[in-house]
Ligand binder design. Structure first.
Ligand code: ZN
Length: 637
């Protein structure tokens, strides 16, 4: 079910100008046919990020990110396809009508909107109380004492809730907001006797934003030092717009910097986020008290794969939170760790040593998590063999979470050095653990009992059959979507010719099978699919593959531009290229078939069957030679 009508999507795609869309985020300079900038997705000093206004796409030659306007917004803002369409619709003042076919959805949407609206009202109310109410000075002096500037207070929209029972509730109701939404967001608490009062009273307010910057809830710190009954920090309860496990404090303000620095600093408290941000470290977020969830890690991974956890507290506190880090490893992200001197947290420490020294400290004390954990356990278990065995288990359990085999190998090595034991001990511990894990998952299912870390890849491994096949299938599909409408002769288009030629060839790589089917279907309905159309296909897999395929030509012209050399236009040699692409693919298929049939021959014992099989193979061999000759390959007969 598409939530945005197709006409709107088309309208957005038609109106969105790639240079305007990208230009909102980076400053583009014209050079030749294209516009260039430093890439917003990876850190670089000279521009390798290009935008082609003619093709409506962008491509980075440094990190490989590529796509159209919608993809750009999805990448840069970390949003879904519909969210990106909404963003662009707003930019180009295109109205998205309320969903008419699904009144239930529309109702839910407007309920959610009401929650957003009332939260926004509350945030503004608290801000106003902080800056303009006489009681606000209590909040202001607290924030000042914590070293926060007016700029930081405004940037994070901090506020103050008066130490009164119904200040917010009364103001909101008077302004026309409905009680049910105040209640649903937890801002107002309604007792059984229908008495209403504010949840947050006499507290500094920290609004919590979602990724797109809307207020979804609040964290609040009490300023009543004599109040022993209520907690120091109080949070909004979960609501339809606020799910703690999917929100990170500061993410909205940090996301741009996270992408640029390709790193996310993870801290514990609101004040850590604010102080670091004020000190020029903007790529910082807090999980605000809860232990890190999968949803939160996935949010971070939209912007970077690298997390550095800044720990305060003692060794015991750190050990308690180690499990949460395993989750980050499991999701394939890289984790580093920084600890602070006894009694310091990031907030106190940056105020103590100053911004510059703090940044240096982070650089110098950043350590990869596995080595950190290993050292921590190695120190503790020194001289105690039983504890050492336990410690090894602990560390191997973390390494086992890392999905990447090469990374695992590296960690086994460094870990064996720290523990001063043979790497093989760690690996067999890992194998044991891995095996147990598998058996638990699927009892009775004999899995291969091998899971040693893979050796480093050999530098010049010959391409496997599968790789070659993929390349050839890819080339055939690329030709179809790039030149389908061109004429072979008066009677035939390229697409017709190619589909005919490939009639007896079965593609194998799933994405190309999918694309081939799409092309064939459309052709049977009288359309020729073009790459430019598929760039907007609802299927994500098709979209990204096609972008890769059509930006290939783009690579070529980029080379040509930078090296000033002449590359014959592919279209000049079109028929030649198409013929060869088809022949190469066919020959590869025959070669692979030959291999399987040769294998079969070895297993055949019946003499008559042997003869037949041999004949079949000889015929295939002849066909292979024929195809080779057509390709101009010298063949040994
Ligand atoms: Zn890049």
């Amino acid at each position: 079910m598409s939530l945005i009508p197709k006409e709107i999507v088309d309208q957005v795609l038609n109106q969105a100008d790639i240079t305007e869309v990208v230009g909102d985020f980076v400053s583009l300079k014209k050079k030749g046919q294209n516009m260039w900038a430093c890439c917003p997705f990876h850190h670089e000093k000279s521009p390798s990020f290009s935008v082609s206004p003619a093709k409506g796409i962008y491509k980075c030659f440094g990190c490989g990110k590529a796509g159209n306007s919608v993809q750009f917004i999805m990448d840069v803002e970390g949003t879904s396809f519909p969210e990106a369409i909404k963003y662009l619709a707003k930019k180009y003042s295109i109205d998205i009508p309320e969903e008419q076919h699904d009144p239930e959805y529309a109702r839910e949407q407007s309920e959610r909107d009401s929650l957003f609206i009332v939260s926004d009202f509350a945030a503004k109310h608290f801000q106003q109380r902080l800056t303009s109410h006489e009681q606000g000075s209590i909040g202001q002096s607290y924030l000042k004492q914590r070293g926060l500037s007016g700029n930081t207070i405004r940037k994070f929209e901090l506020g103050y809730s008066l130490d009164e029972w119904t200040d917010l509730t009364d103001t909101a109701l008077k302004a026309g907001y409905q009680q049910k939404y105040l209640e649903a967001t937890g801002l107002t608490i309604v007792r059984e006797d229908n008495k209403k009062y504010d949840r947050f009273r006499g507290r500094v307010m920290f609004p919590i934003h979602n990724v797109s910057g809307r207020v979804v809830g609040f964290g609040a710190r009490t300023l009543k030092s004599n109040d022993k009954k209520s907690p120091k920090y109080l949070n909004s309860p979960e609501s339809d717009i606020y799910h703690k496990s999917n929100v990170l404090y500061g993410l909205f303000q940090a996301k741009q910097a996270m992408r640029m620095q390709d790193m996310c600093y993870m801290v514990e408290g609101y004040l850590d986020v604010l102080s670091l941000n004020q000190g020029g470290i903007e790529n910082v977020v807090a999980s605000s008290g809860t232990s890190l969830t999968e949803g939160q890690i996935k949010l971070i991974s939209r912007y970077t794969q690298n997390i550095t956890v800044l720990y305060d507290g003692d060794a015991a506190g750190i050990k308690a939170s180690l499990r949460g880090i395993d989750l980050i490893l499991e999701l394939g992200l890289n984790v580093n760790v920084v600890t602070f001197p006894e009694g310091e947290d990031p907030d106190s420490y940056i105020h103590k040593v100053g911004d510059a020294a703090f940044k240096t400290y982070l650089k110098e004390h950043s350590q990869d998590f596995i080595s950190f954990k290993t050292s921590l356990f190695a120190k503790e278990s020194a001289g105690n063999p039983v504890r050492k065995a336990e410690a090894i288990k602990e560390v191997v359990a973390s390494i086992a979470k890392i999905p990447d085999a090469i990374k695992r190998t590296v960690f086994f090595r460094s870990c064996s050095l720290i523990f001063d034991i043979d790497e093989q001990v760690l690996i067999s511990e890992y194998n044991k653990m891995h095996l147990e894990g598998r058996q638990q998952q699927r009892p009775g299912n004999p899995e291969p009992n091998y899971a040693a870390p893979a050796p480093a890849p050999e530098p010049e491994k010959p391409a496997s059959d599968a790789d070659v096949l993929k390349r050839y299938e890819r080339e055939v599909i690329r030709m179809m979507i790039s030149y389908g409408t061109k004429a072979v002769d008066e009677n035939q288009t390229v697409i017709q010719y190619m589909l005919e030629q490939l009639e007896d060839v079965e593609l194998e790589i799933p994405i190309y099978v999918k694309l081939h089917n799409r092309i064939l279907q459309q052709f049977q309905q009288g359309y020729v699919v073009k790459g430019e159309d598929l760039v907007n296909d609802p299927d994500e897999e098709i979209r990204s593959e096609v972008i890769e395929l059509i930006s290939n030509r783009y690579d070529l012209s980029h080379n040509w531009e930078t090296h000033q050399i002449y590359v014959p236009n592919e279209e000049d040699l079109l028929m030649y290229g198409i013929e060869r692409a088809i022949l190469r693919l066919k020959r590869m298929k025959v070669q692979m078939l030959l291999k399987t049939e040769m294998e079969k021959l070895r297993l055949v014992t019946d003499p008559g069957e042997q003869d037949r099989q041999l004949n079949y193979i000889l015929n295939l061999k002849a066909f292979e030679n024929q195809l080779g000759e057509m390709l101009g390959i010298v063949v040994n007969k």
